[in-house]
Design a protein. Structure first.
Length: 342
């Protein structure tokens, strides 16, 4: 981790100041960063870079189209005939904007087939392993939903950290540090703007379980490696070649749950905070990766107060609750007490 004193300030157009830039601008920039990551290994990357530089508003439009299209590729949008029609329509719209990508019939391994008819929106596949939302009517969960409406998983996690006194946005926030780290290593600037990046910045000994696409390990073997680290306030993240997800482990109604924000990429209005049973959630993501014949990295770690102190900003925390308590949702509970009808 870089010393905060050694960080070069990153342009506010990419990592906004909490005080000076609206969060809606951040959402646009986050979409562009995600689109950049998707396009950087394609032949369209040069075209994309020119558009980003010369026409930022057009770049946002393209990013939104690309992310909605990518939801079909990664399996988080319906892969039925209606989905195929929508996918090809999005591809045509991208072509009209100068980004030429495959239509549904051009993939070597088709993504639209009868075996994919059970795909569901929201980042989960419904073929025997169902989503397992738990305690989603709990007052704490309802309160989180009201404050993090339409935020994706990374924005949700960043918001939780900020409300706990750990600065993510702004000149001295964690995002600047992660961008500086990527630059110093000669990598794409958004490389570490992920759940894993946050975990490695805040956790002393995070654990990553690498599940190969052809792994012969049973789910129980994988779960037994993760289970000892499944503790309250741990950050849990999933990543593969074409998708990623993150959230936190928290006690809700005396049960450990995985709190996250899920929805369809490119459609902010579909995102909603969920409380899910961690074991079933991990199983779902493993099966999703296996269907795509992809690896899956599962990263988990608890916040270390000595690492978090470099991003300390108590003025962000509700009720002046210090993050050193390692209770990420203490601030949420205080707010819930004030606005219990939230």
């Amino acid at each position: 981790m870089l010393s905060i004193n050694a960080i070069n300030t990153f342009e506010l157009s990419k990592v906004p100041s909490r005080m000076n830039v609206h969060r809606s601008n951040f959402a646009d920039q986050l979409s562009i960063m995600k689109a950049d990551r998707l396009l950087q290994t394609t032949r369209q990357y040069n075209n994309w870079q020119k558009i980003r530089q010369n026409d930022p508003s057009r770049a946002v439009k393209i990013a939104d189209l690309l992310l909605e299209r990518h939801a079909f590729i990664e399996g988080s949008a319906p892969r039925d005939e209606t989905g195929r029609t929508r996918f090809d329509h999005l591809t045509d719209r991208l072509k009209s904007e100068g980004i030429h990508l495959y239509k549904s019939h051009q993939f070597k391994n088709p993504i639209f087939s009868k075996s994919n008819a059970l795909s569901m929106p929201g980042g989960h596949i419904s073929d025997g392993v169902m989503k397992t939302p738990v305690t989603n009517v709990d007052p704490t969960v309802k309160n989180l939903r009201s404050r993090f409406e339409n935020k994706d998983c990374l924005e949700f996690l960043a918001g939780i950290l900020e409300e706990s006194g750990i600065a993510y946005y702004g000149e001295k926030g964690m995002a600047n540090t992660l961008v500086a780290k990527a630059r110093n290593e000669g990598k794409n600037t958004n490389t570490y703007l992920t759940g894993e990046g946050i975990t490695h910045a805040l956790c002393k000994n995070p654990v990553t379980i690498h599940v190969k696409s052809n792994s012969s390990d049973s789910f129980e073997e994988i779960w037994n490696k993760i289970k000892p680290h499944m503790k309250k306030d741990a950050i849990l993240s999933f990543s593969s070649q074409s998708f990623g997800h993150t959230g936190i482990i928290e006690k809700v109604a005396d049960r450990l749950t995985f709190l996250n924000s899920s929805g369809i990429k490119g459609k902010p209005k579909t995102y909603k905070v969920l409380a899910e049973e961690p074991k079933h959630e991990i199983r779902t993501w493993i099966q999703r990766a296996q269907r795509q014949k992809a690896f899956l990295d599962i990263t988990i770690g608890a916040i270390d107060s000595k690492l978090a102190v470099q991003f300390d900003n108590p003025s962000l925390a509700y009720g002046s609750v210090p993050h050193r308590s390692k209770n990420l949702l203490t601030s949420q509970i205080i707010v819930q007490g004030r606005y219990k009808n939230g």
